[in-house]
Design a protein. Sequence first.
Length: 422
Amino acid sequence: MPKKRARSAGPKTTSDASRVRRRFERLLSAGVAVFSERSLDRVLQQVVDSAREVVGARYAALGALAPDHQSLSQFVTSGMSQAERNRIGALPTGRGLLGLLIREPKPVRTRDIMRHPKRYGFPPGHPPMKSFLGVPIVSHGQVFGNLYLTEKLGAAEFDAEDQAIAVLLAAHAAVAIENARLNDAAQRLLGQVREMQRQRDLSFAMMNHELRNALTGVYGWAERLVRGKSPETAARAAREVYESAERTIILLNNFLDLTRLDAGKVRPVWRDVDVPVAIEHALSGIRPAADAKRVRLEVQGADRESTLRTDPMRLEQILVNLLSNAVRHGPEGEAVVVRVGAVDSEVRFAVSDHGPGIPADLQTRIFEPYERFDPHSGVGTGLGLPVSRRLAEVLGGRLTVESAVGQGATFTLSLPLMGPAT
């Protein structure tokens, strides 16, 4: 008998091949779209949009796991209007099928969500959903989150082919998410580097400006001292040279201290300090400048014996900085007052002046490097207050300010009575 001829491929086989080819092309396009994004938020949104289109679902979502890996920290949706999202309310917390995927990161597929044994139900206002497909997104062996698809289009449920495509998309998503994370981290690092460069340039510019001003004063008055003939000119020139040199030394010391503080290299030397003696040491270095402006230096509350365990050199440095600012910015003929008192387990040194005061919007900025106490005064290094606050913190205390425009300012140094246990 003659052999029967083999049947040629029928229309169904051709149709299936075309369908698979189209889905494969859409999958490739989806991968390109996902990898074209750089920021993490845009990558997540592109993943859910692409998954919904390629798999063929009415809704898609991506839940990113929180650091505890027990709940969701982000939930990105596709296929819902903003009004629908608003009606749902709070983000899901990772219960029901979503929780199952978190606890057991492997694909889950069901024809009817409400018939699944792990169902939890929908909150009020949630769109009706029946068929469900969920797959984990795994990056470097760790689960980043899960991809969810609901309401299969054109069929009652998702099939094995849909699941395979979703798994491939989740693999693409894992790589794209890792790239986006690296990109975000690189952008943050770049921003930090640029800010460091800006601060460096600012510090060099300010140091150059301050040093030039101080040394110009030294040179100019030294020249008058050399060439001057009258005793009055010589006396003033000598005082100006002294004060300019002193400002230069203070500037350099503050700059070096700020550098060491930033590097964490300042270590207190703890000693028992006699409070009245420490205040007198600080005042002795300020009196020449105070006398030149006819500023009275008054001390209240330090007439009785009291001790404090702290670093005496750093305490004096902070007090000198505060007193210098008060004398510099206070009016001639007025008083700068130092009030000392013990409150609970700490000693407080309050330095008050009758200067122009500090606007509320500057009271935080003045403790930042290179921010002047009085931006319009043209004097001051912009380093004394930042260094003083950081030194106070190193000593276990704090430095605060109270001020109002036109009513002077009070800087309060609070230090613990006892240093660390030795």
